[in-house]
Design a protein around this ligand. Sequence first.
Ligand code: FEO
Length: 413
Amino acid sequence: MKEIIKNIYYVGVNDRNKTLFEGLWPLPNGVSYNAYLINDEKVCLIDTVEVDFFIPFLENIREVIGDRPIDYVVVNHMEPDHSGSLALLRQFYPNIQIVGNKKTFDMMAGFYKLTDGLHEVKNGDALSLGNHELQFVLTPMVHWPETMMTLCKSGECRVESVELATAHSNAEDATILFSGDAFGCFGALNGAFIDEQMNCDTFWLEMVRYYSNIVGKYGTPVQMALKKLAGVKVDYICSTHGPVWHENVEKVIGIYDQLSRYEAEPGLVICYGTMYGNTERAAEVIARSAAEAGVKNIVMYNVSKTHHSYIIRDLFRYKGLIVGAPTYNTGLYHEMNVLLDELSQKDIKGRLFGWFGSYSWASKAVSEIQKWNDERLHYDAVGTPVEIKQALNSETIAQCEALGRAMAEALKK
Ligand code: FEO
């Protein structure tokens, strides 16, 4: 059994089989679907797991409560990686009450045709399990409209309001935040499930990639959720993906705060498409020039090789972006179009943007990239775009160097 604190258990599962999360995002280290069980006078599950993992999930539950029935399941989030087992769970526990808000239940009827045995809650509502009291905090768009978080306090330290700030020294009286997707990250849990039991190094960049790819569009709702929780001293954060946070509570809240404010370090992402190396050589000249001008954090990606999720991650980390690509079929190189479309959907604010392009006989790439920025990205344009006919020459090399220097100067400001 995996006990977090007395009578609160981890009952989630690991998925090391899936290649792409949501059919889109690579999972080199797998992913966990976290669920939790509170074993009190009333037994309460917090979230479920993807339906393919129902049997190990059920075994995890029974390991804790044996044949006892479950009284409640709280649905913090309806995306099927967490709600997928609800219909089967109802078959095994026919009297279970499903706890959610109005939007939760609208989705539940559509996804699973579950329309009875529902316990509807509003923001701030409480539910007593005996020695534990739950309080529900609605956090829409972190990551879907129905998302909410559940605060749990035990014993005498019950939650009076979400603004209440208290200190805790006794683990049995700890405040736990069941946070849904928020504060989650990619990566399966390899044995340990609480941060203090593991080396967390592999999770930090995967938290940024998870945030930027999955939740990154919703910076303002994340900020609103953080404000709602600002007065609560949380001892454990139990999200739906990745480790339970205990030693690193402040760190993970800080990461989410920084990312959702679109704050970035003074670094540069250079991303290019290339067919025969001419556009790539321009990227190398730009990078060298930026480095000579003092930019220490430079990452470079071939857009056709590196999955966009890593490029999006790094644009959340760094303030500068320079992209370049060839003209193709009298338009912009396909992979660059896909990347720019994805970036435009993330609404990343406050970034510096330079660009360059190449062509063999008819120029289009440079004007197409400018169109992306004018119409969709709205980043701050830096330097003069470079247009390369066929291969670099002394004139375009000088222009690439000027673009790298201009970005370096803009980053220094
Ligand atoms: Fe892990 Fe938005 O679901």
